[in-house]
Design a binder for this molecule. Structure first.
Ligand code: G4P
Length: 191
């Protein structure tokens, strides 16, 4: 998606440890025109899939999922990050490991919000090692819902998560895939 790539190049900054900061337009201050175009693009990619629910994870995924859902006219469900090991019986639970924060998290979705009749599209802002998506996929699988695929805004291709999921047969569409980046500001996209 050209508009996104241009914004990454002009307003993104590369930090140490392979972290791309995009706070000024994607996940702190939000450029609403960009979000609109992101939603439109996900609809172009997945609009024929009869999606019944968009599923994401708090916090940064929620805004993108909501604008995207307006094009699909379906509800958004977001997984909550649990901070304790006390988990109620009526939640589906996924386990994720954050490589960025180096900690484990349980994520929860109440069982009443996803079921075997759903056709689920996963949406998130970043795809790095893929742990967040894997946790969401576990929940979709446990709920016996149909996974249509995953749409992510920025994939860090050099961290391998997207390709691992694609090799596992999951349709993953990322609007910008970064294959290499350097603290001097050089960023190379896959296509
Ligand atoms: P993974 O899910 O793909 O394995 O990635 P990881 O655990 O490393 O991601 C942890 C968090 O960091 C996620 O947000 C993810 O969106 C974000 N993240 C990963 N790489 C980058 C990056 O290069 N730049 C930025 N800005 N964020 C990145 P989170 O901690 O769950 O926080 P949030 O969704 O509440 O913002």
């Amino acid at each position: 998606m050209e508009m996104l790539k241009q914004m990454i190049l002009s307003r993104g900054t590369v930090k140490s440890g392979g972290v791309l900061r995009v706070d000024s337009f994607l996940n702190h201050q939000i450029d609403i025109n960009l979000y609109q175009e992101i939603g439109k693009e996900f609809y172009r990619l997945f609009g024929s899939e009869n999606v019944t629910k968009i599923v994401t994870i708090e916090a940064s995924g929620i805004g993108i999922a909501c604008i995207t859902a307006q094009f699909f006219n379906v509800p958004v469900v977001f997984a909550k990050k649990s901070k304790t090991s006390n988990v109620a019986d009526d939640n589906y639970v996924g386990h994720i490991y954050s490589f960025t924060h180096q900690c484990n998290n349980d994520i929860l979705i109440h069982k009443s919000y996803i079921n075997e009749n759903d056709r689920v599209l996963l949406i998130d802002d970043f795809l790095a090692k893929g742990s967040a998506l894997e946790g969401l996929i576990d929940i979709v699988t446990t709920a016996k819902a149909h996974l249509v695929g995953a749409g992510t805004v920025i994939e860090k291709g050099f961290q391998g998560g997207g390709d691992k999921l694609r090799q596992a047969g999951i349709r993953v569409e990322s609007l910008a895939i970064i294959d290499a980046m350097d603290e001097d500001g050089t960023i190379s996209f896959r296509n």
